[in-house]
Write a protein that binds this ligand. Structure first.
Ligand SMILES: [Cu+2]
Length: 201
């Protein structure tokens, strides 16, 4: 008669434990729709502190936006179509908001600080609603802001030494506390867009 080895008695237990782990892991993957392993809190975060200057050369930081919901859009003044279209749509939205527009904000942050000085941005924004403010800064501050918003921006050389910029065209809706809510859809009817933004006042 031999006594069962302790190890072999543990095997079924270990098996059950491993099976349990697999179930938990599968549940997390199912719920989140992606592997739980590589995701930290930082990866999900969009936005954060920034220190830039507006079209009048006045310093503007994320703290100045506290207390009102705002839209953030990255672009550049030499942009042929996406930026002017988006700024036109934001202007329409601001007009729909009427007096409430004063309780919101819209930031056009340049991805091309080399050419987009405050004066250039000021001139450019004169075509749009005055609630839209343009931000620029030194290349390092712009780079940090681009990173914080998970924006893609890349210089693309053109003929004659000229260049254009490829860039993310997402409009970010930020709440009163400066937290990212969701991408803001400007392609919807302006009344609906205004109603959506009013919900965050
Ligand atoms: Cu653009």
């Amino acid at each position: 008669m031999t006594a069962p080895k302790p190890f072999s008695r543990l095997l079924p237990l270990a098996g059950a434990f491993l099976a349990g782990l697999v179930v938990v892991f599968a549940a997390i993957v199912f719920i989140s729709g992606r592997s739980p392993l590589p995701i930290g809190p930082a990866a999900a975060a969009v936005g954060g502190p920034f220190h830039l200057e507006d079209e009048n050369g006045k310093p503007v930081s994320d703290q100045d936006m506290k207390g009102r919901p705002f839209l953030v859009f990255f672009g550049f003044t030499h942009c042929p179509d996406v930026c002017p279209t988006t700024l036109f749509e934001i202007s329409q939205l601001m007009q729909k908001l009427g007096k409430d527009a004063d309780r919101t904000g819209a930031l056009f942050i340049t991805v091309d600080p080399e050419r987009d000085t405050p004066a250039v941005i000021k001139d450019y924004l004169s075509n749009f609603d005055p609630h839209v403010h343009g931000l620029t800064g030194d290349p390092a501050s712009i780079e940090a802001t681009i990173k914080a918003y998970r924006v893609y921006a890349k210089k693309v050389p053109l003929d004659h030494g000229d260049y254009t910029m490829d860039h993310t065209a997402v409009v970010y809706l930020m709440d009163k506390d400066g937290h990212f809510v969701a991408p803001f859809n400007l392609k919807q009817n302006p009344d609906e867009a205004a109603a959506l933004l009013r919900r965050y006042l």
